[in-house]
Design a protein around this ligand. Sequence first.
Ligand code: CP3
Length: 355
Amino acid sequence: MSANGSPTGQQPTATYDSAFLRACRREPVPHTPVWFMRQAGRSLPEYRKVREGIPMLESCMRPELVTEITLQPVRRHDVDAAIYFSDIVVPLKAIGLDLDIKPGVGPVVEQPIRTRADLARLRDLTPEDVPYITEAVGLLTRELGATPLIGFAGAPFTLASYLVEGGPSRTYENAKAMMYGDPQLWADLLDRLADITAAFLKVQIEAGASAVQLFDSWVGALAPADYVKSVMPASAKVFEAVAGYGVPRIHFGVGTGELLKLMGEAGADVVGVDWRVPLDEAARRVGPGKALQGNIDPTVLFTDKDTVEARAREVLDAATGLEGHVFNLGHGVMPNTDPDALTRLVDYVHTASAR
Ligand code: CP3
């Protein structure tokens, strides 16, 4: 590993010194860096055009297409980081699970994981299972220059929620019933998923990703005590597995106000915050030694420019004095968002935060 945290020693100094990576490391920045969860995707007409007729999961396996889609929001919005275009279920597809992403629905699993015998279907992931990732990350880091690339994966709980339910759910009744009722089966399932997730993140880092984000989008459904007992060990295993690379590790979930401190303690360097908790309060909950990411409500982008800017100002004010702040939405860009509103928001954050 090189001194600047790049596993291959190839991370250019300009990337290492970018505002995004500096903020993740809690170093001084020339301006608050900004990127958006789900910045690549349906809000962009150029995305809808290149995706035409290509199923979501297939598009994730074509390196040139992944590269183009990942670069689109960087070109258009001048964001401070790119996020690799993929989906949280890609590693599960790559190890042979029969699943698909249904338009307007989300991931659907043909045969849900419900019994001990089902665990045998979750084999280890190797780099050979995802050659398109190594290739696309290589193409991307060359194209991106100084702009860092964020790799990502779904966290064990959120992946398990899809695998056990068989698809999206509002209540997670099957997953939580397994967690409460058969804690050993649940622990073994999450441990399998932790290994797969860690292997998947390692592929991205070794190919050149400068940071990783672990999405535990749905873990806000749990009480803190259950998080500690039934989820944190698996998430911590993922973070620990990639700790040696020295790249920032971001952890995000929705409705996780009561879990922010624990999600930091699981091993994150940067804790993502949704719009429900102001960043100054989030900093008190998380405690010292972590940067924060967030947290404007994505629906604010459906208002006028002045309202968006006033809300962005509030986020920047709440972040004053934070050790490190990466500006983002509190959850992903919604498909009907006007892309120009995103471009204007990036410009506003850069200007308003310039030091
Ligand atoms: O720009 C980026 O952020 C990278 C792309 C990205 C996608 N999925 C592409 C995608 C990322 C980071 C994800 C992660 C993801 N996928 C999460 C965690 C983030 C979050 O939003 O909480 C989750 C829970 C999923 C599961 C998933 N995949 C859902 C809920 C959906 C939406 C279903 C729908 O159609 O509304 C998907 C499909 C998906 N993933 C799309 C995209 C661009 C839409 C499919 C399409 O464009 O046809």
